[in-house]
Design a protein around this ligand. Structure first.
Ligand code: NAP
Ligand code: MG
Length: 498
């Protein structure tokens, strides 16, 4: 999507219309309680609109509709080619309404239009198309058997799958869950994050327009402690996919254990390292990537490389370049395409980030760039990109996920030390490594304990590669790739005497 001007986007944002109702059984409805909640623009502090607040009862109503849709096969037994066509149409509708979705996402989440227009929204459309295109090309298998039996190994949809979404990549995470859930023939119940429900609710309208049958996709806005918890404890739901904090993820495992042992798939936090080896010649490229790795999405990113681990011999030269590159990342109104950092999601989260900055100073970190709240007069939650030098691995800012634009710079002397620091965390989502030596790249990328390791770039892979975490960053879950489809299916053996 081509970027337009700041004025154009401001004007567009005033003309937006919002879907504020839940989607249950193909209809847009108010919640059974009649209660509503307000969604706020993080860049202004102003309310945007009121959204219906679903209840535990609504979860049960949605599950019944989703179950009926699954059992009568209106989606699960539709020919794969027809299911594919509907999901491709949904991808196309997302593209056709891309600018509206990008502006809506920007005002609801504080994320820059720069990213929403060029990344999140096109990626959302592509994710639906990718899983759609794959779905009628998958094959089941047979084993060699014993001559007296035919043995088939087949995959079948699970049934009704819940999805609980985070606020940091709202519509994109909806797609990362829903595209493979629906492509595999399941029915779905989705709970967007309360702070950012608007684009997922709009996605529901586009899904209906694309022809997804009634009951197959249900969207319930509302609070995690009510809707999310009800999904976790539901006695019939076959599976629950989650992206969010490690704390809530662990609670959902307990919910499943207390009820029907549903399949729980968790994508959780990260405290990701970026290692710079002393042999790197193109320090400008490495610095550019390191800055993108930490400040992209204001650091509200589970793969944010918030720990920069640099060889001591090049640290000063490298840090200088990192600061130089960080200066290019303007912070301000997310509707202005010149800004690479927008507003943090809410005031309380901004205060948490500012507290981490104070802790960084108090524990002896040397603040070398940024460190303050800015643009307070806007009413928005803006924090400058912030860099601490002289951090040691035991400091709070080197250990806890801040989920804000804060970089902790550490040094090492030897490769083993770099790996020890990098792996010394409860998380294991992503790691970046910069080296010009091929053997070092192979050796260290295997030694890093993370679901994705990117070498000489910062990356999460793409739609064709699985995305998920080791250790407390994940639990059995992989988004993207055919691995995502597989996890929303059951594996069945059919053993037949000839
Ligand atoms: P969160 O508090 O865990 O919220 C995530 C979702 O869970 C929201 O929809 C939330 O609902 C819901 N929820 C809250 N309490 C719940 C409960 N008791 N039972 C069931 N659901 C509940 O996390 P967040 O603050 O939104 O997101 C930030 C975290 O997500 C970070 O830790 C980040 O690393 C992680 N993250 C991970 C990935 C990944 O792929 N690994 C990607 C993005 C983010 P509400 O609407 O009430 O908030
Ligand atoms: Mg909002």
């Amino acid at each position: 999507m081509e970027l337009k001007t700041h004025d154009y986007y401001k004007d567009h944002s005033k003309k937006l219309k919002f879907n504020t109702k839940a989607l249950i059984d193909g209809k847009f409805v108010e919640s059974s309680s009649g209660k509503k909640f307000i969604t706020v623009n993080p860049a202004t502090g102003e309310p945007i609109t009121e959204i219906t607040s679903c209840t535990r009862d609504d979860v049960y109503t949605a599950e019944k509709a989703a179950r009926k849709a699954f059992d009568d096969g209106r989606w699960a037994k539709m020919s794969p080619a027809d299911r594919k066509d509907i999901l491709i149409r949904l991808g196309d509708l997302i593209d056709q309404n891309g600018e509206e979705l990008a502006v809506m996402e920007t005002i609801d989440s504080g994320k820059p239009i720069y990213d929403n227009a060029q990344g999140d929204i096109p990626d959302t459309a592509m994710t639906f198309r990718w899983h759609a295109e794959a779905l009628d090309k998958l094959e089941d298998s047979m084993t060699s058997g014993d001559g007296e039996h035919v043995s088939m190994i087949v995959r079948e949809p699970l049934g009704v799958v819940g999805a609980i979404l985070p606020w940091n990549f709202p519509i994109q995470m909806a797609a990362w869950k829903l595209a493979p859930i629906l492509a595999s023939g399941n029915s779905a119940i989705v709970k967007p994050a309360k702070l950012t429900s608007l684009t997922t609710l709009r996605l529901g309208e586009l899904a209906m327009e694309a022809g997804i049958p009634d009951g197959v996709l249900n969207i319930l806005p509302g609070s995690g402690s009510e809707i999310g918890n009800a999904l976790g404890l539901h006695p019939e739901l076959e599976a629950l996919a989650f992206t969010g904090s490690t704390e809530v993820g662990k609670q959902l495992l307990e919910c499943a254990g207390k009820t029907n042992a549903k399949r729980v798939l968790l994508e959780m936090g990260g405290k990701n390292p970026c290692i710079i080896m002393p042999d790197v010649k193109d320090l400008d490229h490495a610095a550019e990537e390191a800055v993108n790795a930490v400040f992209w999405n204001m650091g509200e990113n589970c793969t944010s490389n918030s720990r920069l681990i640099v060889h001591e011999s090049i640290k000063d030269a490298f840090l200088e370049k990192v600061i130089e590159k960080a200066r290019e990342w303007e912070t301000g109104d997310p509707l202005d395409p010149a800004n690479r950092l927008g507003a943090l999601i809410e005031k309380s989260h901004m205060e948490t980030v500012l507290k981490y900055i104070e802790t960084g100073k108090a524990e002896g970190g040397k603040l070398v760039y940024g460190g303050s709240r800015i643009l307070e007069e806007s009413g928005g939650n803006f924090v400058e990109p912030t860099i601490f030098d002289g951090v040691t691995p035991d400091m709070t800012i080197a250990r806890e996920e801040i989920f804000g634009p804060v970089l902790a710079v550490m040094t090492f002397k030897a490769e083993e030390e770099a790996l020890r620091i990098a792996n010394d965390t409860q998380y294991g989502l992503q790691a970046s490594l910069f080296t010009d030596d091929l053997s070092t790249a192979h050796r260290m990328s295997r030694a890093l304990r993370a679901g994705t390791v990117s070498v000489n770039c910062y990356a999460e892979g793409d739609i064709g590669t699985p995305f998920g975490g080791f250790k407390q960053s994940g639990f059995f879950s992989r988004d993207n790739s055919l691995w995502a489809n597989r996890q929303y299916t059951e594996l069945k053996t059919i053993w037949m005497q000839i």
